[in-house]
Design a protein around this ligand. Sequence first.
Ligand code: ZN
Length: 434
Amino acid sequence: MGKHSLKEKLLAGYDGALDKDGISGRRLAERLAALSEIGRTGDGGVNRPGFSDKEKEAKRQVMEWLEEAGFEVRHDGAGNVIGRLKGESDAPAFAAGSHVDSVPNGGNFDGPLGVLSALEVAEAWKDTGFVPQVPYEVIIFSEEEGSRFGAGILGSQAMTGDLDREKVEGLSDKEGRAFAEVVEAYGSSVDNFLGAARNLGEIGFYAEVHIEQGKLLEAADLPAGIVKGIAGPAWLDVAFHGSAGHAGNTPMAGRRDPLVAAGRFVSEVSSLPALFSETAVATVGRMNVSPNGTNVIPEQVELTVDIRDLDKETRDGLVGKVRETAERCAADCGVNVDIRLASSIDPVPVKEDVRAELREVFGEMDLNPMELMSGAGHDAMILGRHVPMAMIFVQSKDGVSHNPAEWSDLSDCLHGVHLLKKFAERQMEKIAGE
Ligand SMILES: [Zn+2]
């Protein structure tokens, strides 16, 4: 892709009728393109891991735009950027945002679209002379993707006070740098990071626009949809231990091969979610075989299982079944197994009254209000445990995400901005009246 091609590609073929009520397709396209230049990779994606210079640069760029749009901008000890626009009253704020960090060689929409949609709403108000009834905040959360420490949504958890010291102090990145070292290099400290916890009474509502990262909206030919809940992931670390031996000199009988147990286990895991619900999923995405030699029977196999569902009870039921299966596969193969619950985040449903309000907003725009689950975790999932929350998904081409090929048409993105704006205006009126 040439330097300006993302912008041109976005602007080609978008529906100009969506340039109304102060919202500008060109401005949104230019800003998506500007962020795509920061940490740009050879194939048109971005590399902006959490707490990297590139993530910082992207935040700085957005901070500049926020200031130009009249926001008071600050960042907290976790590196979260908080832009605040004064309202007619000092009531709790309506906040919207997302993240600008990425997975390695990630796409140009996951995160930036939510941040820039939130900003575009304020630009539209500025251009039309609208003053919000209550303060309006645009928030960029730090390290959402977890590409540095293998633990994501750190910024939002710091803001809501959901992080504990022991957990963060135990984290280290791929180069072996401890969490404390990384945040100090970033200009903060562990104390300041944990000190980012806010008085959440200041936030009356949190909303996030995000790409779907799935194919349901595309299949239904809809630009946007209503998130009905965010599936909570549980991660299991499973380690099978056996006896190493020479591949040539050890007879097949009596072998204790942990990779044979792991192979059976991986195969069985894929059939378990269907026993629990239509939305449940389970994935083995990582496996380390050691010593990992061609002519060596492995001594140990470590793997992880990612397990999700919208409902906590069925999700936890599935976690139990996966554990049982690991134990049985180990016993059948004469090896030992250690299973550890590495993390478990409760699913977060979106409240029915919020979804009803979103359906009305979709109706105002003559859009079919399709509701769908988010299989991926988001900052909204963390905020949603503490304050009323809504999420709007924008159609993703082919459902591709975490990849340079990630794409959403500008018209679909603009639908997301209009929906957020209309929804924010309604909610602000509500907050002001409370
Ligand atoms: Zn994201």
